[in-house]
Design a protein around this ligand. Structure first.
Ligand code: FE2
Ligand code: FE2
Length: 135
């Protein structure tokens, strides 16, 4: 599993959200590091919980911003967050109950869901917010 690096496709053009996406990616990179270099189960579970917790906070913060600026795709975006969060929770529960060797493919799933969401849905609100003075 490779490190998550920034690319143009990951940038949504709103600093607060780009920063939060950066933290999400850092958290996943730390998890990857933990898995590669070996860590105890407790440490791994803590990192997984942190990822879920931060994801929940990020989604709430993004929805709050979209609502404040009447983004027309808010309902669709919120529904996508709910689906994603439920998939992430399920995957993390699975990861917590399996051997740490099996966590790697689960982390790959998580990573592709995040990237897919940021590159498709998150990027759509950038121009709308930029046009209203939010960068
Ligand atoms: Fe989003
Ligand atoms: Fe996001």
């Amino acid at each position: 599993m490779t490190l998550l690096t920034w690319s143009h496709a990951c940038t949504v053009g709103v600093k607060a959200m780009d920063d939060q996406h950066g933290i999400l990616m850092d958290t996943m990179n730390e998890l990857r590091d933990d898995l590669l270099h070996g860590c105890n189960r407790e440490q791994l579970d803590e990192s997984l919980e942190r990822l879920v917790d931060f994801t929940r906070k990020h989604f709430a913060s993004e929805e709050h911003l979209l609502q404040a600026y009447n983004f027309p795709g808010l309902l669709e975006h919120r529904a996508a967050h709910q689906r994603l969060l439920s998939e992430i929770r399920k995957t993390v529960r699975r990861a917590e109950n399996c051997d740490s060797l099996q966590v790697h493919p689960l982390l790959e799933f998580l990573r592709s869901w995040y990237m897919e969401h940021i590159e498709s849905l998150d990027r759509q609100y950038g121009p709308w917010l930029n046009a209203r003075g939010v960068y």
